[in-house]
Design a protein around this ligand. Sequence first.
Ligand code: SOE
Length: 404
Amino acid sequence: MVRASDIGTAVIGTGFIGTVHIEALRRLGVHVVGILEDTPEHGAARAAELAIPHAYGSLEELLADDRVQAVHVTSPNRLHHRQVREILAGGRHVICEKPLAMTSAESAELVALAASAGVVSAVNFNIRFYPLNQHLAREIEAGALGDVRLVTGHYLQDWLALETDWNWRLEPEIGGALRAVGDIGSHFLDLVTFLSGQRVVSVMADLATFIPVRREPRGPVLTFSTERAADTVAREIRTEDAATIMLRFENGARGAVAISQVSHGRKNSLRYEIDGSAAAAAWDSEQPDRLWIGHRERANEELLRNPALMNPAGRAASHLPGGHVEGFGDTFPAHFAAIYADIAAGGPSERPAYATFADGHDEMLVGDAIAESARSGRWVTVARGAGRPAAEAGAIPTTEGGHA
Ligand code: SOE
């Protein structure tokens, strides 16, 4: 019986989220054999800071290390496609940060390569693994809300709310043509699809760039950094700060979501409400241990995360007893436990609770429809199946906020 602690893994990228990956793997007892950074010197420094035994000089060197059975990709989005292709060619399991690639043409290729490699291939839509989200998905599947009718919510942050805020995601050549939608909108859309069991089939989207010129610091900047550089240069911004999107789901349900990285005071606030024919449910990622359950003919309820009161899926994602609040960082070991159970079993399970490359690719297709809708000003159907490949990553019209 292979255990997670028997599995060696490597992590590409040790920025904000790469460090969260490493800490989660250590909690599971997975052996982090080494890391890879943008330069050997940077890698050596980060390996020392993180007490990681080795820093690879290149991806080739990493893949030549037989101790590495799985690789986590947390590098900037533009590197995902090339790195994942090489990892799959090396026969390794792979966990890639979202978005899976820069375009749906790239993500379609990665889905095919992962399938032919027969390895576990996951995308880090970790928000599925707050225990109450795992619990609710199974409750909805069992009919607890009745038929899903309306899905509303938001994903709001404020870490890019100032013109002096800068990050590689602002640049379409590095982060992709869709920025707020690709970075956090993808989380919301994946999550409500996972919870409701219904895919998005068409969208009506409007994108806004409220800060058309930003001050780029000279030198690297970490995600969520609050440092204020003195020496900056003015840069025109061509990616969206915010999006408002109407949704139609495959069962006929409707939805609406607001996405923003410029909403003062909202640090990392994903909220959803799912209204069914029999009941409703609502959740806020900034109070993740609470699930609101709405009723018409009896008192509403609030479920405080408690393994003793949750279904097996919710219990499996919980680490602590009720009242000991579990948060963002705890979703990663819960998520990786599900992934590494499949790795230990030798390959993907029939119905993984984690997002596979196919799920990550589907979010890219929804993103294509959002971009097309923002261009045309019309409802756009998500092009699944043999539909045309993605429009190449490129500027998507986004009106400056405050006026049409
Ligand atoms: C920045 O928006 C970010 O770190 C995202 O990249 C993560 O996916 C999200 O979980 C938190 O915010």
